[in-house]
Structures are given as C-alpha cells and as structure tokens.
Design a protein around this ligand. Structure first.
Ligand code: NAP
Length: 247
C-alpha cells in the first residue's frame, strides 16, 4: 500500500517508533530510522527491515531538539531518496516531577525534545512534503496532552503543543493535499513506561477499560492507516489509542 513512498520515523529504533518503522516497511515504504543515542540498535533495525521486507531502510543520527541537526537529517533523507512522503514525529522523553520540585532544566529539556523537536522536523520537512505529491505527517502526542497528569507539567505542555502544531499545519498544508494528524496513546508498554514504579502501573491499570496495557503495535497500525491512501480525507484530528483509559 505504501510502495515507493519514503517515510521518516524519529526515534525509530525502540518502543513505539520501532513498531511504526516495522509496520510502514511491511506496507512497502522505504523507511529512515532516526536515532539519538543508539546507533547499533538503529542500524540493526534498518538492516532487519531491508532484509525482511525488500525495501530500503537506513539509520540516521539526529537530535530532533537541535534545529541544525534536524535540518541535516531531512537533507540527508532527500539527498538519499530524492523525496520525502511520510513524517512520523515519534521521538519523545519524560522527566517527571511535581511542579514544586521540577527545575527549569527538566522543563526545558522535555519541551525542547517533544515540542520544539516536532517544529524543527516539520519546518525542514515542509518543502519536500509539499512538493512530494503525496504527503503525510503523523505526530505522536499523548492523552496527557489532552487531559493532563500529576507530575507531568512539562510533558503535558509539550504534548498539548504538539496537538496545536498538528491542527495548525493541517490548515497550512491542506491545499497541497498533505494531511497532518496526531495520535494520543494511553499507557503503552515500552522502555519509557518500564521505568515507572510498579504501584503507579498497577493504579493505571485499574482505569484502563480494556484491562490491559497497550502494545507498540496498537499505535503502529493506526499510523499505517493514517499514512495510507485509505485516510486521504482525514486531517487535523487527534485520535486517542488508550484502551478506554479516558472514557
Ligand atoms: P522510548 O522507548 O523511550 O523511545 C523514545 C525514542 O525517542 C527513542 O528511540 C529515542 O532515541 C528517541 N529520542 C529521544 N530523544 C531524542 C532526540 N533528542 N532526538 C531524536 N530522538 C530522540 O519511548 P516510547 O514509549 O516508544 O515513546 C515514543 C513516543 O510515544 C514518545 O513521543 C512518547 O512521548 C509517546 N507516548 C508514549 C506513551 C507510552 O505509554 N509509552 C504514551 C503516550 C505517548 P534513542 O534511543 O536513540 O535515544
């Protein structure tokens, strides 16, 4: 369904990003896996995808929070493949604390990665996407950006900002048929949530209607749909994928 399309997944070598990269490759897209600290894992995933799905995949380093680094990443993608069709802004971090204890560095670090990172990538990807004739932006936000959460004032603000970017760019890009949508995951089992204390995880589980945590693939399948021609009339929306957590 995505044969000959070129997709970029930021933070694509672990967790949700890895599942997204894998599913897009299985649909036939050539996939660039952006990584920040883990070249071995990213190169391994890229090789696995190329070998398994008969597509081209490569790993490229970039710090999405850095304007010039994001610019270099997009340039390298376009220089290598000649175009860019699908951008999945997935890279993200947490650094939780109640506001009474949160310091400025914690706030800035999360905002710079999760929010400014999405701006940096969209800013540099805009021109190639608008020229591509088939463009999709899918931003991984969070239910925390919609509903808030104790101890996550930095993360909640960053993800609410991502929703603002999504709706704004959906309007800016609509006339060129580039769609821009966001997914708001609930609690998904990844390295990010593994580090939470067991009592917080157990408490969370009590509120999930379906009675289980999500898997990275639960997000990836929706990304695949939004990236496909099947979703060509959907833009500017935020879709919760949370097992009923926020009902
Ligand atoms: P994860 O396993 O910790 O993965 C985060 C990814 O982001 C890693 O691949 C990491 O790359 C990358 N990254 C971090 N800082 C970066 C930077 N400055 N530049 C480029 N890449 C960077 O987390 P995850 O759970 O899969 O989360 C993926 C996305 O889903 C995040 O945006 C997160 O906020 C969102 N989300 C997750 C959940 C959940 O329950 N897990 C819920 C809602 C939303 P390296 O490993 O190379 O550093």
């Amino acid at each position: 369904m995505l044969k000959d399309k070129v997709a970029l997944v930021t933070g694509g070598s672990t967790g949700i990003g890895k599942a997204i990269a894998t599913y897009l490759a299985s649909l036939g897209a050539n996939v660039v896996i952006n990584y920040f600290v883990g070249p071995e894992e990213a190169n391994k995933v890229a090789k696995e995808l190329s070998d398994t799905y008969n597509i081209k995949s490569l790993a490229i380093h970039a710090d999405v929070s850095n304007y010039e680094s994001a610019e270099k990443l997009i340039k390298e993608v376009v220089d290598t493949f000649g175009k860019l069709n699908i951008v999945v802004n997935n890279a993200g971090i947490t650094d939780d604390a109640l506001i009474l204890r949160m310091n400025e560095t914690q706030f800035d670090r999360v905002i710079n990665t999760n929010l400014k990172g999405v701006f940096n990538i969209c800013k540099h990807a805009a021109r190639p996407l608008l020229k591509s004739g088939y463009g999709r932006v899918i931003n991984i936000a969070s239910v925390i950006g919609r509903y808030g959460n104790v101890g996550q004032v930095n993360y909640g603000a960053s993800k609410a900002g991502v929703i603002g970017i999504t709706k704004t760019l959906a309007k800016e890009f609509a006339s060129r048929e580039v769609t821009v949508n966001a997914i708001a995951p609930g609690f998904i089992e990844t390295p990010m949530t593994q580090k939470l204390p067991p009592e917080i995880k157990e408490e969370m589980l009590k509120h999930i209607g379906l009675g289980k945590y999500g898997k990275p693939e639960d997000i990836a399948y929706l990304v695949g749909f939004l990236a496909s021609p099947l979703a060509s009339y959907i833009t500017g929306v935020v879709i919760d994928v949370d097992g009923g957590l926020t009902i």
